[in-house]
Ligand binder design. Structure first.
Ligand code: NAI
Length: 358
C-alpha cells in the first residue's frame, strides 16, 4: 500500500533537532514502522508548480497525510485522479486544504488529530493579543535600532484588563483562549458560534453568547477568530464586516488566513479602523514575498504581529500530532474503529458539525 505524506522541509534544523517530527526529514517518526509493515512511504514537500511530487504520487496513493503548516491542496479535480485514495489524515487540526464536499462525494474519509495542538494555538492567540495591545513589536524594533523614545511606544499601548474580548468560534481553541484570558480581568468575554457552550462551561469562564458575528465585532475591543475555514467562513472578515468593528479594535486570527480578505484587513489597518492584526495563518502557504500582511502597518507604524504558520507546531504539539497521526493510520491498517472526535468526513458523510451544518 502506498502512503503519501506532504510535509514541510526542516533542512538543517530538522537534522539538529529530531523532535521536529512534522518535517520531510523526520517523517512524523513513522518511517521505519511503516516500511517494516511492508508499505511504501513517500514523503515530500513538493506540492506546487508543474510536475510536483504531490500530484504525481496522489494518483495511486491509498493514504494521504498532509499537514496544515505546508498544505497539499487536495481539490476535487485532483481527487478524481486519485483512484486508490481511501483516507486523508491531517497531521494537526484543520482539514480545509481538502475539498471536504468532494471527499463526501468520493467516499474518502478525512480525519484529523483533534485537540493535538489546541493549547499551543490558544497560548499563541493570547500572546498575540498581548503583543498587539501592548504595542510590543515596534518597542522591540526600536531597541534593536538603538533608539529610546518611550512616548512613541506608549502612545499606542494599552492593557488587556477592562477590555471586551470576543471569539468567533468557541470550540476547543476558542474556549481555551477564554479560559486563559479570564485572569486578565477583561470587562466581558463574548462568543459567537452556532453551537452553544454548555451552561456550566459558560459560567466557568463567565462568557456570554451573542447572536450574530456583526453583534460580536461591534462590541469588542479585541476579536479572535477560532472557527474552521469552510464555505460559511471563507472571506467572512471583509470590508463590510470590518466597518462594523469598533474603530481601533485589535484582531487576532490563528484559525485560517482565508477567513479574512487580505486586502480588506491591510486597508483597515492602514486607516486605523483596526489598530492591530496578528496571527500565523495565511491564505496561501508559504506566503508570497509580497503578501500585504508581511509589511502592513497602522498609521503609527505598528500593529503587525504576523509570523509564519507555527502556533500549532511547537515541539510539544509535534509530539502529540505525530503520535495521533500514527494511531489513526494504525487503526486504518488494522481495521479498527477510529476515535469519533477525529473523524471529519466518514464514509460518505460529515461526522462533525464544526465545518458548517450539512
Ligand atoms: P473545534 O472544532 O473544536 O471548534 C471550532 C468551532 O468553530 C466549533 O464550535 C464550530 O461550531 C465553530 N464554527 C464553525 N463555523 C463557524 C462560524 N461560521 N461562526 C462561528 N463559529 C463557527 O476546532 P478547534 O480545535 O477549536 O480548531 C479551530 C480551527 O483552528 C481549526 O479548524 C483550524 O483551522 C485552526 N487551527 C489552527 C492552528 C494553527 O497552527 N494556527 C492549529 C490548530 C487549529
Amino acid at each position: 500500500m502506498k502512503v503519501l505524506a506532504v510535509l514541510y522541509n526542516g533542512f538543517k534544523a530538522a537534522i539538529e533537532e529530531p523532535r521536529l517530527l512534522g518535517t520531510v526529514e523526520n517523517k512524523l517518526g513513522m518511517d521505519k514502522w511503516l516500511t517494516a509493515r511492508g508499505h511504501e512511504f513517500i514523503v515530500t514537500s513538493s506540492k506546487d508548480g508543474p510536475n510536483n511530487d504531490f500530484e504525481k504520487n496522489i494518483v495511486d496513493a491509498e493514504v494521504l497525510i498532509t499537514t496544515p503548516f505546508h498544505p497539499g491542496y487536495l481539490t476535487r479535480e485532483l481527487m478524481e485522479k486519485a483512484k486508490n485514495l481511501k483516507i486523508c489524515i491531517t497531521a494537526g487540526v484543520g482539514s480545509d486544504h481538502i475539498d471536504l464536499n468532494a471527499a463526501v462525494d468520493h467516499k474518502i474519509q478525512v480525519l484529523e488529530v483533534s485537540g493535538s495542538n489546541v493549547t499551543s494555538v490558544a497560548e499563541h492567540a493570547v500572546m498575540s493579543m498581548l503583543l498587539l495591545v501592548r504595542n510590543f513589536v515596534p518597542a522591540h524594533e526600536m531597541i534593536e535600532r538603538g533608539d529610546w523614545e518611550v512616548s512613541n511606544i506608549a502612545r499606542n499601548a494599552f492593557d488587556i484588563e477592562g477590555k471586551v474580548i470576543g471569539t468567533v468560534g468557541a470550540g476547543r481553541i476558542g474556549y481555551r483562549i477564554m479560559q486563559r484570558l479570564l485572569p486578565f480581568n477583561p470587562k466581558e468575554l463574548l462568543y459567537y458560534d452556532y453551537h452553544e457552550i454548555p451552561p456550566e462551561a459558560e459560567s466557568a469562564v463567565n462568557c456570554k453568547r451573542v447572536g450574530t458575528v456583526e453583534e460580536l465585532v461591534s462590541q469588542c475591543d479585541i476579536v479572535t477568530v477560532n472557527c474552521p475555514l469552510h464555505e460559511g467562513t471563507r472571506g467572512m472578515i471583509n470590508d463590510r464586516l470590518l466597518s462594523a468593528f469598533k474603530p481601533g479594535a485589535w484582531l487576532v486570527n490563528t484559525a485560517r488566513g482565508a477567513i479574512c480578505d487580505e486586502y480588506a484587513v491591510a486597508r483597515a489597518l492602514a486607516s486605523g479602523q483596526l489598530r492591530g492584526y496578528a496571527g500565523d495563518v495565511w491564505n496561501v502557504q508559504p506566503a508570497p514575498k509580497d503578501h500585504p500582511w508581511r509589511t502592513m502597518k497602522n498609521p503609527l507604524d505598528g500593529g503587525n504581529g504576523m509570523v509564519p504558520h507555527y502556533s500549532g507546531t511547537t515541539l510539544d504539539a509535534q509530539a502529540r500530532y505525530a503520535a495521533g497521526t500514527k494511531s489513526i493510520l494504525e487503526n486504518y491498517l488494522d481495521g479498527k474503529p477510529q476515535a469519533h472526535q477525529n473523524v471529519i468526513v466518514g464514509a460518505g458523510k460529515y461526522e462533525t458539525t464544526s465545518y458548517g451544518i450539512h
